[in-house]
Design a protein around this ligand. Structure first.
Ligand code: ADP
Ligand code: MG
Length: 231
């Protein structure tokens, strides 16, 4: 099966085996997944179930041992290294558990840098930086260095940075993992809003049940396999 109309993402028979000494670790076993454009999909499973490995294979940070990943109709494994870098910078936004902002730079500078990497023309950058920082509720904090922000604010700055180049697909790995309940809910509401407003597609890997209320679909991973429900 090739590209499907409306599918922002297709994962086909993906397996990932890590070789650890003389042992094989089957992190993903024949995973199939299709994500409709403009939806939020929660990828749930316990620690060690393969969530991060799957996100990394989708985002081109890792390669499946076998199987294929299609992002917007292109097979990620067939891309050259240069094309993969472009895919990561322009078409996919990453949000990690621990934000990866540059601490000595302001929220503004962090977002601006991402736009520069994505090739957004200089004259278009200031308006877009302001727009995304306003969207995530950081209007008053734009000039603050990110180490001065709270955990929730830092994660919102990381989301602003991820969405700034208008990626079609946003991959969030445990985005609420280090936040308290209220800040975590705010992040999930924000991701939901980005999908409803901009038509992006969001895949959230998490062991947090709270994500279900914000998702159009919940996919469960257990021992590297997609299952109907968690045991
Ligand atoms: P999750 O994100 O759901 O916690 P991971 O994708 O991180 O799960 O891990 C899935 C399995 O793969 C685990 O058994 C983990 O120990 C193993 N694993 C992950 N990354 C590596 C690696 N770089 N080398 C060896 N084993 C790994
Ligand atoms: Mg993980």
């Amino acid at each position: 099966m090739k590209k499907e109309a409306g599918a922002a993402l297709r994962v086909e028979n993906v397996s990932r085996v890590y070789h650890v000494g003389s042992r094989d670790v089957h992190a993903l076993r024949d995973v199939n997944l299709s994500v409709t454009a403009g939806t939020v999909v929660a990828l749930r499973g316990r620690s060690g179930s393969g969530k991060t490995t799957l996100l990394n294979c989708i985002g081109g940070l890792d390669r499946p041992t076998s199987g294929q990943v299609w992002v917007n109709g292109r097979d990620v494994a067939q891309l050259s290294e240069a094309e993969r870098v472009q895919l990561r910078r322009r078409q996919i936004g990453f949000v990690f558990q621990s934000h990866t902002l540059l601490p000595a730079y302001s929220a503004w500078e962090n977002v601006e840098l991402m736009l520069r990497l994505a090739g957004t023309p200089r004259r278009e950058r200031p308006a877009r930086v302001r727009e995304v920082l306003t969207l995530v509720g950081l209007t008053k904090w734009m000039e603050h260095r990110t180490y001065e922000l709270s955990g929730g604010q830092q994660q919102r700055a990381a989301i602003a940075r991820a969405i700034a180049p208008r990626p079609a697909l946003i991959l969030a790995d445990e985005p609420t993992g280090e936040l308290d309940t209220a800040a975590g809910q705010q992040i999930l509401r924000l991701l939901r809003r980005i999908v409803d407003r901009d038509g992006a597609t969001v895949l959230i890997a998490t062991h947090d049940l709270a994500v279900d209320a914000f998702a159009d679909e919940v996919v469960y991973l257990q021992d590297g396999r997609v299952v109907n429900k968690l045991l």
